[in-house]
Design a protein around this ligand. Structure first.
Ligand SMILES: Cc1cc2nc3c(=O)[nH]c(=O)nc-3n(C[C@H](O)[C@H](O)[C@H](O)COP(=O)(O)O)c2cc1C
Length: 150
């Protein structure tokens, strides 16, 4: 099985982090929080992933900055993951496009809803309460496993 490094930006409820930590428990995946505070050699990994919450329709700014500045991404196969409050897949392009523009080969995207108490949603008890749940986790693991087994 291939080995991946998965960068994670998760600042609201730790929704995205919950997903990537569960993935890392079950697969050969190293999770690194963003902003990155250590030396990273992408050469040690077959695949590079980027997981973020969605904030004002886009992935976290520190994640975009990382994608722009990461040495060696041009030679790598990459994937993306995101969590968002809204239903549907309206943020696919926002999550994918920065990575697609830089990597050698884009492998795919996975997303699910994540508990959202931003702004007015707090007043109604939040959106997507209880998400991500165990079913989301299983789907995320299946997605990453399929990439590592390619
Ligand atoms: C400042 C802010 C802005 C957000 N903007 C959106 C948005 O535009 N669309 C959406 O569906 N969810 C939005 N959300 C909800 C988050 O995308 C959702 O809760 C996500 O799971 C957060 O991931 P995290 O807990 O890993 O940070 C926003 C949350 C915050 C805090």
């Amino acid at each position: 099985m291939k080995k991946a490094i998965l960068f994670c930006y998760s600042i609201h409820h730790g929704n995205t982090r919950k997903i990537v930590d569960a993935v890392a428990e079950r697969l050969p995946v190293r999770v690194v929080g963003v902003p990155v505070r250590e030396e990273i050699d992408l050469g040690e990994y077959d695949i590079v992933g980027f997981a973020s919450g969605i904030y004002m329709h886009v992935i976290g700014k520190p994640m975009t900055a990382l994608i722009d500045s990461l040495d060696g991404l041009e030679q790598k196969d990459c994937f993306t993951m995101y969590t968002c409050g809204a239903p549907g897949n309206g943020f696919d392009a926002a999550a994918q496009d920065p990575v697609k523009a830089k990597c050698a080969r884009y492998l795919g995207n996975w997303h699910c809803r994540g508990f959202d108490t931003y702004g007015p949603f707090k007043l109604i008890g939040g959106l997507a309460k209880g998400r991500p749940n165990q079913s989301d986790i299983e789907k995320a693991v299946k997605f990453v496993r399929s990439l590592l087994e390619q």
